[in-house]
Design a protein around this ligand. Structure first.
Ligand code: 3AM
Length: 481
């Protein structure tokens, strides 16, 4: 599959998405993204970035044309079936979405209406639309937009959904990257929604921030099952063979002609995670052919190079979600959500333990940067000492928690005295650590990450601070650290 096979885009939103950071903007010639500055070849990007249907035959001539403003607005203020259409929420994958009121029930809903022009141009859109309705209606989950009804009235095909007050995740990410904790929490929720879909035998095939709604309270809900596919073979659906999705978020194997799978949805989830953490897409390429080449041959960049605050656990998780080979990824949303819950639980656990250990005392003030916690300890004699807590670089099950504090710069003349002091310590020990290109003696204590508890952390921090301060004085006769 190459870019030459791309025969057109469907009812795409106005403008296009930057290949660097995925923000939406309007342009008609070559230029640079106003936010990230990546050079964008507008001519090819306009066709490449929104949701695509890749087909073997040509699309009708005007399939990529935007519907007229007149027809876009014609339902506003009018009734359709039992719905009073109030305003236009926006244009989605298959049609337009209105804020409407269900007159019988007196409740608000989001009403998606399939574009009549698209139905005329290509009957496949109708099949996709009903496919979406049936796939989505089979799913009831807090992280999936609930579909209430699907039907046809006055020649319009409609889908009634719960109205989600909030914004799309795309709008949120356009304001800049999220904190690592927020990003992980949102991706974990999307993974849970995806898990429910996969468990019900439904693939989404177009997971991206545009298709996730975020409530005001930060709850993420997957919407737009426009390209959803049932895992069970449906002999009546000729659409199963077509490649579909949004190129920036599509798993590499799809470009090689492999069928969509739970693992390819997981890859898209990983691309979303990368985008939320960094504000950038993993592969910024000016056109579709180069994007496909990068997805097939280049490794996904290290997230910590772009977002140093991301923890090792997050980076490890992202590497697995976006593994080049589908066999090396979690195979479904179910596995992905277990992985993400572990990352989230892990983050929260350590932070919770540090809260519990020190929030009741004024003697220890702490801050967090990525994986590392920095604690300012006031010793009983009023002197101050800085202590750091961080996870070691091992795999999860062998990971250690290291608590350390700087004593002084390494000098050969201190070695013998340092070794003698080490022998007298009942807990922890003096070690050498390189910090900012300089070698220091540090007082360090380590604990197995899986079993360390609040009380051990509290005692160890106070002891490490006291000993580091005293070792510095013993070795140097001074107090710089
Ligand atoms: O174009 P934007 O991103 O402003 O958020 C969705 C998108 O808005 C919104 O309709 C637009 C086209 O998809 N939307 C879709 N489903 C929705 C729902 N169930 C919804 N807004 C609220 N509730």
């Amino acid at each position: 599959m190459t870019g030459d096979d791309v025969s057109g885009s469907q009812d795409s939103p106005p403008g296009f998405f930057c290949v660097g950071c995925n923000i939406r903007f309007v342009g008609d010639k070559e230029g640079c993204c106003p936010r990230c500055g990546v050079a964008v070849d507008v001519a090819s990007t306009m066709a490449a970035m929104p949701t695509q249907l890749f087909k073997s035959g040509p699309l009708p001539d005007d399939a990529a044309g935007a519907p007229s403003t007149e027809s876009l607005h014609k339902l506003i203020g009018r009734d359709l079936h039992v719905y009073a259409c109030r305003s236009l929420l926006g244009r989605g994958g298959m049609g337009w979405v209105y804020l409407a009121e269900h007159r019988d029930l007196g409740r608000q809903c989001a009403l998606k209406i399939l574009s009549p022009q698209l139905v005329e141009q290509d009957r496949d859109y109708l099949k996709h639309f009903w496919n979406e309705g049936r796939a989505a209606a089979s799913l009831m989950h807090p992280h999936i937009v609930t579909t209430h009804a699907i039907g046809e009235a006055d020649g319009h095909h409609f889908l009634e959904m719960e109205f989600v007050r909030g914004q799309s995740l795309q709008h949120r990410v356009e304001r800049g990257p999220l904190t690592p904790l927020q990003a992980t929490s949102i991706i974990c929720q999307i993974a849970e929604g995806l898990a429910a879909a996969h468990q019900a035998g439904v693939l989404h095939r177009d997971i991206k921030p545009d298709n996730v709604l975020l409530t005001h309270r930060g709850v993420a809900k997957i919407g737009d099952f426009g390209l959803a596919k049932r895992l069970l073979p449906d002999k009546n659906s000729p659409l199963q063979e077509s490649l579909a999705g949004t190129p920036q978020f599509m798993a590499p194997e799809l470009f090689e002609g492999e069928a969509a799978s739970g693992a390819s949805d997981v890859y898209s989830l990983g691309v979303c995670y990368f985008l939320l953490l960094t504000g950038r897409l993993p592969f910024a390429r000016p056109n579709l052919n180069e994007l496909i080449a990068a997805a097939l041959h280049a490794p996904v960049p290290s997230v910590r190079d772009v977002c140093p605050e991301a923890t090792l656990g997050m980076a490890e998780c992202l590497t697995r979600l976006t593994a080049r080979s589908p066999a090396n990824r979690p195979q479904s949303g179910i596995e992905a959500s277990h992985l993400l819950q572990a990352v989230l639980g892990h983050l929260r656990d350590l932070e919770t333990m540090i809260h519990d250990a020190f929030d009741a005392t004024q003697a220890v003030q702490w801050t967090r940067t990525g994986d590392q916690f920095r604690l300012e300890v006031t010793l009983p004699d009023g002197r101050g000492q800085t202590v750091y807590i961080e996870d070691s670089d091992h795999r999860a099950e062998q990971r250690l928690l290291t608590i350390f504090s700087t004593c002084c710069e390494v000098q050969p003349s201190y070695f013998e005295r340092a070794l003698r002091l080490n022998a007298q310590l009942s807990h922890g020990g003096i070690a050498i650590r390189d910090l900012d290109g300089q070698s220091y003696f540090v007082m360090a204590d380590t604990y197995p990450r899986g079993t360390v508890d609040t009380e051990e952390i509290r005692k160890s921090v106070l002891e490490v601070a006291r000993q580091a301060d005293s070792v510095e004085r013993e070795l140097t006769g001074a107090d710089f650290h």
